[in-house]
Design a protein around this ligand. Structure first.
Ligand code: NAP
Length: 492
C-alpha cells in the first residue's frame, strides 16, 4: 500500500553525490513511499557563486518547510577560508545527534565477520571543539575553545537512551576524556550519570575514550550504543565503520528538535564522480533511516532487507567490494546495476542476517522530553567569583614576571596564585620552564577566598594591562555550589 505523501528536501551534492542520491531516491520510490522532493543546492557549486556559507537561502527555506533532508556529500574547498557546508547545515538546524549504525553485513568481508558486531554511535553534533571558536592568540599560538553545555549533553544523551529503549538495546556506554578535561568532558559524564537513573532497564557504563578505541579494535561486539562528545565521536564512528566494511556501507542520520538530515558518511570521492562505479549502499541505508524517521517503518524494513539480500547473494557486487575480495574488477556491478538489484530484491528477506526491526515504540520522538534543568534549578546555584586568569603575550622569564605581577596585586584584594605555560605551572618555580612559548597565564585569586567585586576585578585587569600591554584575554574564575569552576595548573 503506497503511503501518504511526504515532503523532503533533496540535496544531490558534489562529486559522486548525485549518483548515490539518485540510487536512494529510486529505492525509496520503488519501496512505494510517495515523496514530494524539493531539490536544493549546497556545497561546491554554491561556493563558486561567491556564497561563502555554501548553503543558500532557498535551500535553508526549503529545509524549514520540509524538515527532512536527504543529501549527498558536499565538498569543503581547501584554502579558501570557507566553513564546511556540512557543518553549517548541521549547526543551522541544530541537529544535535549524529547517529551512525555499525552492523556486520552479509557478504562484506571484515576481520570481525561472524562476531555479531551491531552497535550505534551517537555523537554530539553541534558543540565541543566543532563550535569553531578559534583564535590566534599571539602570532604563533593558536587556541580552540571546547564548549560543552549541560543542555547540549542532556539532549544527545537522552537521545541515546531513548534510542536504546526503542531498539530494545541493553547497554549505553558513555565515552569521554573526563579524566583529563574535567569541566567539559567531565560535565558530559556527570549528565550521563544523572540521566542513567531515568532508564533503569538499560545498563549504563562509562569508559575513557582511548580505552573505547582499544576495546573497539579488540572486541567490538561488546558495544551496543556508544554516546560521546563531538570530536571523540567523529573519530570512533569512523573506526566503527571500518569494522564493518568501510565508507561504502556507513549510513547516518543527524537528528534535531525539528529537522533531520540523512546522508552517507563518505565524502564526494571526486575521482569516481560521473563514472557510475561508486557503492551506493551507504546512501540507500541512510534512506532507510529516513523512512523510519518519516514513520514509514514497513518500507524501511523492506529497503534494509533488500540491501541485505543483495549483499548476501553477491549477484551485484560493486568495485570496492570486488577489490576487497580479490575478484575480477570487470565483473563488478555499476552504481546503477547494484541499485537495480536492490530494487529487484524489495520484498525478499535475507537468509543469514536479519535486519533490525523498528521497535514498537517507533522512531525516537522529536523534540525529546523537556529539558530537566529548568530555570529554578539554575537560579538555586550558589555562585561566587573568586578571581581572574589573565593571559599575557610575553617573552619575559616567569622568574621576572612573577615578582612584577605580585607587585601589581600588592595591597589589593587579590594575590598572584601562579603563572603557567600551556597548563603547566612555571612560577613560583617548580623547576619547569615555559620553553620559550610567548603566552603565559597569570592566576589571581582573592586573598581570603571570598567573593570578588567586579570593580576590583576590572581594576586589577587595568593595572596588569598597564604593566603588560601584551595581555590577550581574561577569564573570570567562579565557584559554583562550593566547587571550583576552574582547574588547577599541572604541577600546582
Ligand atoms: P571520500 O570522498 O569519502 O573518499 C575517500 C575514499 O573512500 C575514496 O577515494 C574511496 O576509496 C572510498 N569511498 C568513499 N565513498 C565510497 C563509496 N561510496 N564506495 C566505495 N568507496 C568509497 O573522502 P575525501 O576524499 O577525504 O573527501 C572528498 C571531499 O568530500 C572533500 O571535499 C571532503 O571535505 C568531502 N566530504 C564530505 C562529507 C559529507 O558531505 N558528509 C564527508 C566527508 C568528506 P578508494 O580510493 O580506496 O577507492
Amino acid at each position: 500500500m503506497p503511503s501518504a505523501s511526504h515532503r523532503v528536501t533533496v540535496i544531490p551534492g558534489d562529486g559522486v553525490g548525485p549518483e548515490v542520491v539518485r540510487a536512494g531516491v529510486r529505492v525509496i520510490e520503488a519501496a512505494g513511499v510517495k515523496i514530494d522532493w524539493e531539490e536544493a543546492a549546497a556545497g561546491a557549486s554554491v561556493f563558486q557563486t561567491g556564497d561563502t556559507s555554501g548553503v543558500p537561502a532557498e535551500t535553508r527555506h526549503s529545509i524549514e518547510r520540509t524538515k527532512v533532508v536527504l543529501k549527498g556529500p558536499l565538498e569543503t574547498p581547501v584554502g579558501f577560508g570557507e566553513k564546511s557546508a556540512n557543518v553549517t547545515l548541521r549547526k543551522l538546524f541544530e541537529t544535535y545527534a549524529n547517529v551512525r549504525p555499525a552492523r556486520e553485513l552479509p557478504g562484506v568481508p571484515t576481520r570481525y565477520a561472524g562476531e555479531g558486531v551491531d552497535m550505534v554511535i551517537v555523537r554530539e553534533n553541534v558543540e565541543d571543539l566543532y563550535a569553531g571558536i578559534e583564535h590566534m592568540v599571539t602570532p604563533d599560538v593558536g587556541q580552540c575553545l571546547k564548549v560543552i553545555s549541560r543542555k547540549g549533553s542532556e539532549k544527545v544523551i537522552r537521545y541515546a537512551f531513548e534510542l536504546a529503549r526503542r531498539e530494545g538495546r541493553q547497554k549505553v556506554t558513555a565515552a569521554t576524556k573526563a579524566n583529563i578535561m574535567k569541566m567539559t568532558e567531565g560535565l558530559f559524564k556527570a549528565v550521563f550519570e544523572e540521566l542513567a537513573s531515568e532508564y533503569p532497564e538499560i545498563k549504563a557504563e562509562h569508559l575513557i575514550i582511548d580505552n573505547v578505541a582499544h576495546q573497539l579494535a579488540k572486541q567490538p561486539n561488546q558495544f551496543d550504543i556508544i554516546v560521546t562528545t563531538n570530536l571523540n565521536g567523529d573519530i570512533i564512528s569512523d573506526l566503527a565503520s571500518g569494522l564493518v566494511g568501510g565508507l561504502g556501507f556507513a549510513s547516518s542520520g543527524n537528528y534535531g528538535d525539528s529537522v533531520a538530515i540523512f546522508e552517507a558518511v563518505h565524502g564526494s570521492a571526486p575521482k569516481y564522480a560521473g563514472k557510475d562505479v561508486i557503492n551506493p549502499t551507504a546512501l540507500i541505508l541512510s534512506s532507510g533511516m529516513m523512512l523510519r524517521h518519516l514513520g514509514e517503518s514497513a518500507a524501511a524494513d523492506r529497503v534494509e532487507d533488500a540491501v541485505l539480500v543483495t549483499l548476501e547473494e553477491g549477484t551485484a557486487t560493486t568495485q570496492d567490494l570486488v577489490r576487497q575480495t580479490g575478484g575480477d574488477i570487470d565483473t563488478a556491478a555499476s552504481t546503477t546495476g547494484f541499485t537495480d538489484a536492490v530494487i529487484a530484491n524489495l520484498g525478499r528477506g535475507p537468509a543469514t542476517l536479519k535486519a533490525r526491526r523498528s521497535a514498537p515504540g517507533g522512531p525516537v520522538p522529536t523534540p525529546l522530553p523537556a529539558w530537566s534543568y529548568g530555570p529554578e534549578r539554575y537560579a538555586a546555584i550558589e555562585r561566587r567569583t573568586v578571581g581572574l586568569d589573565i593571559f599575557i603575550e610575553t617573552g619575559e622569564e616567569p622568574g621576572r614576571l612573577g615578582p612584577d605581577l605580585e607587585g601589581v596585586a600588592a595591597g589589593g584584594p587579590f594575590e598572584l596564585h601562579f603563572i603557567e605555560s600551556r597548563g603547566t605551572k612555571v612560577y613560583p618555580s617548580v623547576g619547569l620552564s615555559a620553553d620559550g612559548v610567548r603566552l603565559l597565564r597569570a592566576r589571581f585569586l582573592t586573598r581570603d577566598g571570598g567573593p570578588a567585586l567586579d570593580g576590583d576585578l576590572l581594576a586589577l585587569q587595568a593595572r596588569v594591562a598597564a604593566r603588560q600591554p601584551g595581555w590577550t584575554h581574561i577569564e573570570k574564575l567562579h565557584v559554583f555550589n562550593g566547587a571550583d569552576g576552574f582547574t588547577k595548573a599541572q604541577g600546582e
